[in-house]
Design a binder for this molecule. Structure first.
Ligand code: F6R
Length: 641
């Protein structure tokens, strides 16, 4: 996720910006940059660089951080600190904005790094978020003669502010006019040479705080960036703007009316501030799912007023290849593979097209049969998983059209695939995947529903109903998170069980796989997933009073069958829990605990039923004294076989 820092005060601003950005490194980034209001000329000085912050520092100072091969990490860190201080003697000024970028539109590069400016360089902008209507705005600006330098959505903001500045002659008005035309999410910091004493900030959906110092004020994406200087902050509300001067800050609503309110006082220490007050990144990322799902969904939905009327993937050509496809082949590893298994049910149900799903490490070695009219989909959060990449290359060599679903712009998978669909989950720091999984599901469901329409297997009415249902998923995810105490309580009763089984039928058997993996990874409890109907073909032999069986139940026609499976394990002494859509008591008699998820279309409920399972895994991990963010023996990105 991008990180923003801004400063107005009397200190040399460049080191303040870079040190602030260092405190936001945990958010993940691929490039960095600063823009500083020069103290000696009427211009904004901009420096940016792809890669780690140290490359930006090296570019500014023209010196290297690591001067000898034998330099220890501690020495290199100390020298980096010295060079950061030195940047203040090179780029001089007291007002500035800085940015670490997590690429969305356009690969990581010097050019695509923020800050972005208008053509004359008199306005500079940093942005976190996604501008959904940027293509339309860009085309319009190009018609006005604007020449773009980058591939980013952010650059349109700088040019648009410039356009309105030329019309209104007032920077605040120009920013307001611009914001009224932006669709999507943003946290913004804006500088203008005509107003060298101030910094304008705004937010919608993406986080932004204002830090209040003495004779100095700050903006930042998150509290850690300002904690060294102040604990008094405004958490900017939705659609709010702030204008920062060195001695005061004015807040405004989206119509430009002044807002007056008391700042908040931050009590967190640095470690919990990085996690937004959550105890762990895993919990933070579980809680980020409503936003991640919205970010992934919204740019692909076309609305008529409040009603979703169509799905549109700007990034892929939904042409004859898709309509005439004979089969979809999905390949991935781990959690991403589980998203593929759910997708098999979705594609087959909505688009009536056969789907083969394969673990990439198997696919690559079994001389797979690929047909000309197969659509080949790889799923990878990191876009760097060795086995998934090998499978992708194999499919390409066989002449298949390869679509990648990934979370990382510029990753190897994204570069080598024919077409890429991005999940907009933002960086995932915890090793166990949570928000990447649900956003992968969101992309796959959108594809399946769209394909169902194109191939005529969904009626207009069914299509329209599914669109309304999918549009409501992020809000329902939030409702589950708002009621997590039941799961926490259940975990506190069950975290010492020696065996856990997840069971389900159809979509729910697929969700069981991912639920069991989450629990294994972070709690180290022995956990397996079975299609419920398979229990009596063997696994039931394992059931005893030390077993917990969790049934995922979102298929109303199969509730009775599933309830019979639960009775079978309960009569052998197992403790039982259901995660279900049912509100009529179908599982009340056979389950010790029932977690009800909000009413929704059963075929889409996999995006919801996983959330209680993620929380259960997280709380079991904590109760067993583990670190859920760094499970033993696991790495975030598996770049070796
Ligand atoms: C589990 C997990 C892993 C990954 C797998 C594939 O929580 O994160 O199972 O899903 O290693 O990684 P990507 O999606 O990066 O290819």
């Amino acid at each position: 996720m991008c990180g923003i820092v801004g400063y107005v005060g009397s200190k040399q601003v460049t080191p303040v910006l870079i040190n602030g950005l260092k405190k936001l490194e945990y958010r993940g980034y691929d490039s960095a940059g600063v823009a500083v209001m020069s103290d000696s000329s009427d211009e904004i000085l901009v420096k940016k660089s792809k890669g780690a912050l140290k490359f930006l520092v090296e570019k500014i100072t023209d010196e290297v951080v690591k001067t000898s091969k034998d330099m220890s990490d501690a020495q290199a860190e100390k020298r980096l600190g010295e060079l950061i201080e030195k940047t203040g003697t090179i780029i001089k000024g007291n007002v500035g904005i800085g940015h670490t970028r997590w690429a969305t539109h356009g690969e990581p590069s010097d050019l695509n790094s923020h800050p972005h400016t208008n053509v004359s360089g008199t306005i500079a902008v940093v942005h976190n978020g996604i501008i959904e209507n940027y293509a339309k705005l860009k085309a319009w600006l190009q018609d006005q003669g604007v020449v773009f330098k980058s591939q980013t959505d952010t650059e349109v903001i700088a040019h648009l502010i410039n356009y309105f500045y030329e019309k209104t002659g007032e920077i605040f008005k120009a920013v307001l006019e611009t914001l009224h035309r932006l669709e999507g999410s943003y946290a913004l910091g804006v500088l203008c040479t005509k107003y060298p004493d101030r910094l304008i900030a705004a937010r919608k959906e993406s986080p932004l705080i204002v830090g209040l110092g003495r004779g100095e004020n700050f903006i930042a994406s998150d509290v850690p960036a300002v904690l060294e200087y102040t604990r008094d902050v405004y958490y900017l509300n939705q659609n709010e703007l702030a204008v920062l001067y060195n001695d005061h800050v004015d807040l405004f609503d989206s119509d430009g009316n002044k807002v007056v309110r008391e700042p908040s006082h931050v009590e967190w220490d640095m470690a919990s501030a990085e996690k937004g007050g959550y105890a762990h990144f895993m919990l933070k990322e579980i809680h980020e799912q409503p936003k991640a799902l919205t970010d992934t969904l919204r740019p692909r939905l076309i609305f008529d007023g409040d009603k979703a009327k169509d799905i549109q993937f700007d990034e892929i050509d939904f042409g004859e290849d898709w309509k005439q496809a004979g089969r979809i082949v999905i390949t991935a590893c781990g959690t991403a593979y589980h998203a593929g298994v759910v997708a098999k049910y979705a594609f087959e149900k909505f688009a009536r097209i056969p789907v083969a799903v394969d673990v990439a490490s198997e696919f690559r070695y079994r001389n797979p049969i690929l047909n000309k009219n197969d659509i080949f989909i790889v799923i990878s959060q990191s876009g760097e998983t060795a086995d998934t990449l090998a499978a992708l290359r194999l499919a390409k060599a066989a002449g298949a059209k390869v679509i990648a679903i990934t979370n990382c712009v510029g990753s190897t998978v994204s570069r080598e695939a024919d077409e890429v669909i991005y999940t907009w989950a933002g960086p995932e720091i915890a090793v166990a995947s949570t928000k990447a999984y649900t956003t992968q599901l969101m992309c796959l469901y959108l594809l399946a529903i769209k394909l169902g329409k194109e191939r005529g297997s969904l009626s207009a009415q069914q299509y329209s109903r599914l669109l309304s249902e999918i549009a409501a998923i992020p809000e329902k995810a939030q409702q589950i998170l708002d009621n997590q105490s039941e799961i926490q309580k259940f975990a506190s009763q069950q975290f010492n069980k020696s065996k856990i089984f997840y069971i389900g039928r159809l979509f729910d058997s697929a969700s069981s796989l991912e639920s069991a993996l989450k629990l294994k990874e972070v709690s180290y409890m022995h956990c397996e997933a079975f299609a419920a109907g398979e229990l009596k073909h063997g696994p039931i032999a394992l059931v005893d009073p030390d077993t917990l069986v969790v049934a995922i139940a979102t298929e109303p026609e199969l509730y009775e069958k599933l309830a019979s499976n639960i009775v079978e394990v309960k009569s052998r002494g197992a403790t039982t829990m259901a995660i279900t859509l049912d509100k009529k008591g179908a599982f009340d008699n056979c389950c010790d605990s029932v977690i009800t998820i909000p009413d929704s279309e059963p075929a889409l409920a996999s995006m919801l039923s996983i959330i209680p399972a993620q929380l259960f895994a997280y709380y079991c991990s904590i109760l067993r004294g583990n670190d859920p963010d760094k499970p033993r023996n696991l790495a975030k990105s598996v770049t070796v076989e």
